[in-house]
Design a protein around this ligand. Structure first.
Ligand code: GDG
Length: 737
C-alpha cells in the first residue's frame, strides 16, 4: 500500500514520562483530525519533533519513547536545545513569522539562525528520505520546513511532494526584504503542489516567483526547469461534527454533569439575565490583535455607557513562544491593559473582562464557545483562524454573532460574519453594538449559511482535496524538453511521411518557418518558403495548415489564394483552400480591450522600443526592440499586473517570443487544430512551433503526432530543432517526393 508521510515541525502527540510508564497522548488539533480521516487510503507515517529535547531523558528512555511512537506510526526526530533555539524560536518565529504577518519591525536577521534553520530542515529531509519510497506521497506542513521540499526533490525527483502553508504568504514587497528570499522560494519549489488558504496568498506567492526568479507562470502553474509546479487554494476547515456534536451533548447534560466552567457561566447568566458574553480566544501572539481588541472594548464602554454591567469579555490567551522577547513584552502589556480597563469600569458586581492566561480542556472550550453570545476574533493578520469557525460550529440553536477581522483568511469564506478592520476602533465598537442588538432572525439566517459551508468543507474534506490534487499533479507529469532530432530521426520521420496514405501538417509561422525581424511586418514569406509550402500542399492526400497568432489581414496579404488552410489569431479564424471568406471559429467579445489597452500603453510608454499591436480579438505588447534585460524585467512586471487585473475576466495572458498577448481564454491553437481531426483519420500528423502558444497544439494532438519544438526550451513536444532553418530543411525534403 502506498504510504502517506505527513511532515510537520511537531508530532501531534505529547509524551508523558512522569509516571512508571511512557504515555503517548495524542493532541487533538485540526491537522491530526484531517489526517486521520484520510488514513484509510494510505499507510500513514507522521514525521516531526517529539517535543522532548536531546538529553532531557536518559538514552534508555529515549529509545523506549521512540519505540512506542514508531509503534503508533510516528517517527520522532531528535532535536537539541540549540537546534530549537536557532530553528524554531530563532529563524521560524523571529524571522519568518513576523515577516509573513507583516510585522517587519520585529523581524530579526541572524545568520546563525539561518544556518540552523537549514541544518534542521536537512534533518527532516533526511528522515523523509530514509522512510519513503519513490511512489509514496509526502505532505510537508508550514513555515518551519520551507526548505525541505527541495532537499527531498533533489535526491528523489519522482517522489510526490505536497506543501501546505498555514500562515499568510505576504506580498512581494514584504517578502523581498528577506536576505534569504531566493533560497526560501527555491526550497518551496521542490514541491509538486503548493497549497495556500486563500487566493491572495497564492497570488502573492506567484507574483514573488515571477518577480524574483523570472519564472514563467500560467494561471496557477509554474514552469521551473523541466518541471511544472501546481499551486492551489485549500481553505482549511474544522472538525465540524466534533464541535457541533460536543455542543449538543453539553446542552443535553444534567446540571450536575456539566463542567465547572459551564455551571459558573450559567449561574452568572441567571443572576445577570441581560448580560452579553463576548468570547475571545487566541494564542498570546502579536498577530492576533489582542491589544487593539482591548482598546476597542475600552472605547465601546466609554461611548456606550448603557452597556456598563451588561457586557462581559471572556478573554483567553494561551501561553505561546515565551522564549521570544516580543511575546514576553506583549504579555505584560496585555496584563496592564486588562487591569486598567477593569479598574476603570469595574463595579462591585461586575468585572468587564474575565482574563485567563492558560489553555482549557476541550469540553470547557466548547462550553465557552457555545454559551457566549458574541465572538470577537480580530487578528491583525491570520493565515486562516479556526477559532472563528469553531465558535460558529457550536451554535446549535444558530444564535450568536461572529465579529471577524477582514485580515484573517477565514474572512474570505465567512462573509456572513460582521467583518471589521481590526485597526479601526470605531468600526470595532460599532460592530460590538450591532452584535449586541442583532435580532434572532438575522442571527439564524447568517449562521445557517455559515454552518452549511463549515459542514460541507470540513477538515476531512480539506485533507482529501489536497491529496487528490497532489495525486493529479503528479500522475502523468508533463514531460518537458523534446529529444533533439538527429539525422537518423529525420530519416525516420521522412520515411513515415512517405509511407502514410493521408497526412496533415500544422505549421506555426513566426520563429518556425521564418526568423524574427525587428518589425513584424518585415517577416513576410520569401520565395523559397512559398515554393515549399505550395509543393507540400499540392501533394496528394496531404493537407497543410498554417496556424498562427497573426491577424487574418496579414495572412490574406501574404498568402492570397494559396492551396493550404490558414488559422489566425491563435484559433479565432480559419480559412480553407478555395474559400473566399474567413470563418469565425469561436464567438467572442473584445469589450475587455478598453481595460487592458491603458495598461499596455503605460508599459509601452515607459519602455523605449516597445509597441502595441491590436488584433481583432487580442492585444499584443512587443518588446523585441528594447534593451533585453529591461524588456524581460518589464515583461515580468506586466504579466504580474495583468494577472491581478484579469482575474475576473475570461482572459488569458500568452507569452510568445518577446511578446505578451492578452486574449480571450479557451481559444488556442490546440482547439483549432483538433477541428481538422474531427471527421478524418490521418496516417501522419506533424506539428511544429516555437513558442508557448504552440504548446496547446502539442498537448491537444494525438500521441503519435510528430511534434517539433523549434528552439531550446522546455516543451511538451516529442522532438526539438535548434532553429527555423532546420525545420525548413525538413520541409524541403518532405516537399521533394
Ligand atoms: C496556524 C495559523 C491557521 C485555542 N485555545 C485553546 C484551544 N485552542 C485551539 C483552537 C483552535 C487552535 O487552537 C487555534 O487555531 P488558529 O487557527 O486560531 O491559530 P494558530 O494556532 O496560530 O494556527 C492560523 C492555522 O494554523 C491552521 O492552518 O488557521 O492562521 O496561524 O483550533 O480551538 N484548544 C483547547 N483549549 C484552549 O484553551 N483545547
Amino acid at each position: 500500500m502506498q504510504k502517506l508521510l505527513i511532515v510537520s515541525n511537531r508530532l501531534p502527540v505529547n509524551v508523558d514520562t512522569t509516571g512508571d510508564e511512557i504515555r503517548i497522548i495524542p493532541s487533538v488539533g485540526g491537522l491530526a483530525t484531517g489526517m486521520s480521516s484520510v488514513s484509510g487510503s494510505y499507510r500513514n507515517l507522521w514525521i516531526g519533533w517529539s517535543g522532548l529535547t536531546k538529553g532531557q531523558t536518559d538514552e534508555k528512555t529515549e529509545k523506549a519513547i521512540e519505540k512506542e511512537l514508531i509503534a503508533e506510526n510516528y517517527l520522532p526526530l531528535h532535536l537539541t536545545q540549540e537546534d530549537l533555539d536557532g530553528f524554531y524560536f530563532g529563524f521560524s518565529n523571529r524571522t519568518i513569522w513576523p515577516l509573513f504577518h507583516y510585522f517587519t519591525q520585529y523581524v530579526q536577521y541572524d545568520d546563525n539562525d539561518w544556518e540552523t534553520y537549514q541544518r534542521v530542515n536537512r534533518i527532516y529531509a533526511d528522515a523523509i528520505l530514509s522512510a519513503a519510497c519513490d511512489e509514496d506521497m509526502i505532505w510537508i506542513h508550514d513555515y518551519q520546513l520551507m526548505l525541505v521540499p527541495q532537499m527531498v526533490k533533489e535526491q528523489k525527483p519522482d517522489m510526490k511532494i505536497g506543501f501546505f502553508l498555514h500562515i499568510p504568504f505576504p506580498s512581494f514587497e514584504i517578502f523581498r526584504i528577506l536576505p534569504w528570499r531566493k533560497e526560501i522560494i527555491e526550497g518551496l519549489l521542490g514541491a509538486d503542489l503548493l497549497g495556500f488558504h486563500t487566493f491572495d496568498y497564492q497570488r502573492h506567492f506567484l507574483s514573488t516567483v515571477r518577480r524574483l526568479l523570472g519564472l514563467e507562470v500560467n494561471f496557477n502553474e509554474i514552469t521551473y526547469g523541466h518541471r511544472i509546479i501546481k499551486t492551489d487554494i485549500f481553505p482549511m476547515g474544522i472538525d465540524y461534527e466534533k464541535f457541533h456534536g460536543a455542543a449538543l451533548e453539553q446542552k443535553a447534560r444534567a446540571v450536575k454533569d456539566k463542567t465547572k466552567v459551564q455551571q459558573e457561566m450559567e449561574k452568572y447568566i441567571l443572576t445577570n439575565p441581560e448580560i452579553k458574553l463576548v468570547i475571545s480566544i487566541d494564542r498570546l501572539d502579536y498577530s492576533k490583535g489582542i491589544e487593539k481588541r482591548l482598546q476597542a472594548i475600552d472605547y465601546f464602554l466609554d461611548h456606550h455607557p448603557e452597556y456598563l454591567e451588561k457586557i462581559t469579555l471572556i478573554m483567553i490567551t494561551v501561553p505561546s513562544r515565551s522564549e521570544v522577547p516580543q511575546y514576553k513584552q506583549m504579555k505584560s502589556e496585555v496584563d496592564e491593559l486588562v487591569g486598567r480597563i477593569n479598574g476603570k469600569f469595574g463595579t462591585i458586581n461586575w468585572t468587564p473582562i474575565w482574563y485567563f492566561y492558560r489553555s482549557f480542556p476541550f469540553e470547557e472550550l466548547v462550553d465557552l464557545y457555545s454559551t457566549s453570545d458574541i465572538a470577537l476574533v480580530t487578528p491583525n493578520r491570520d493565515g486562516m483562524n479556526l477559532v472563528a469557525k469553531e465558535f460558529v460550529a457550536t451554535k446549535t440553536d444558530k444564535k450568536g454573532v461572529l465579529i471577524l477581522s477582514e485580515m484573517a483568511g477565514a474572512a474570505r469564506e465567512m462573509a456572513e460574519a460582521i467583518l471589521v478592520n481590526p485597526n479601526n476602533m470605531k468600526e470595532l465598537s460599532d460592530a460590538i453594538l450591532t452584535a449586541c442588538e442583532m435580532g434572532v432572525e438575522e442571527m439564524i439566517l447568517r449562521n445557517t449559511q455559515l454552518q452549511d459551508r463549515l459542514q460541507r468543507y470540513d477538515v476531512k474534506k480539506w485533507a482529501s482535496e489536497f491529496l487528490k490534487a497532489l495525486t493529479k499533479a503528479t500522475d502523468n507529469r508533463p514531460v518537458l524538453g523534446g529529444t533533439k532530432i538527429t539525422p537518423q530521426v529525420e530519416t525516420e520521420i521522412i520515411s513515415q511521411y512517405r509511407k502514410a496514405d493521408t497526412r496533415i501538417l500544422f505549421l506555426d509561422y513566426d520563429g518556425t518557418l521564418v526568423g524574427f525581424k525587428n518589425n513584424p511586418m518585415k517577416a513576410s514569406p520569401d520565395e523559397e518558403l512559398m515554393q515549399t509550402l505550395e509543393a507540400l500542399a499540392s501533394q496528394a492526400n496531404t493537407e497543410l495548415v498554417l496556424i498562427s497568432g497573426r491577424d487574418k489581414e496579414t495572412f490574406d496579404q501574404w498568402f492570397p489564394g494559396k492551396p493550404f488552410s490558414m488559422v489566425t489569431e491563435h484559433g479565432v479564424w480559419s480559412k480553407k483552400p478555395g474559400q473566399e471568406e474567413w470563418k469565425l471559429l469561436e464567438y467572442i467579445s473584445s469589450d475587455w480591450k478598453m481595460l487592458v489597452r491603458p495598461v499596455l500603453e503605460f508599459f509601452a510608454d515607459r519602455t523605449p522600443g516597445t509597441f502595441i499591436e491590436e488584433k481583432n480579438y487580442s492585444l499584443v505588447w512587443h518588446y523585441r526592440n528594447t534593451d533585453q534585460e529591461l524588456g524581460l524585467q518589464r515583461a515580468i512586471e506586466l504579466k504580474d499586473e495583468l494577472n491581478s487585473l484579469l482575474s475576473n475576466f475570461n482572459l488569458e495572458i500568452m507569452e510568445g517570443n518577446k511578446v505578451i498577448e492578452v486574449k480571450n481564454s479557451g481559444i488556442n491553437k490546440g482547439k483549432a487544430a483538433a477541428r481538422f481531426l474531427r471527421n478524418k483519420e490521418y496516417g501522419f500528423i506533424l506539428a511544429a512551433g516555437d513558442d508557448w502558444t504552440d504548446e496547446y497544439l502539442f498537448q491537444e494532438l494525438p500521441n503519435e503526432t510528430i511534434s517539433i519544438k523549434i528552439g531550446a526550451a522546455k516543451t511538451r513536444a516529442r522532438y526539438s530543432y535548434a532553429d527555423f532553418r532546420n525545420m525548413r530543411n525538413l520541409l524541403n525534403q518532405l516537399a521533394t517526393e
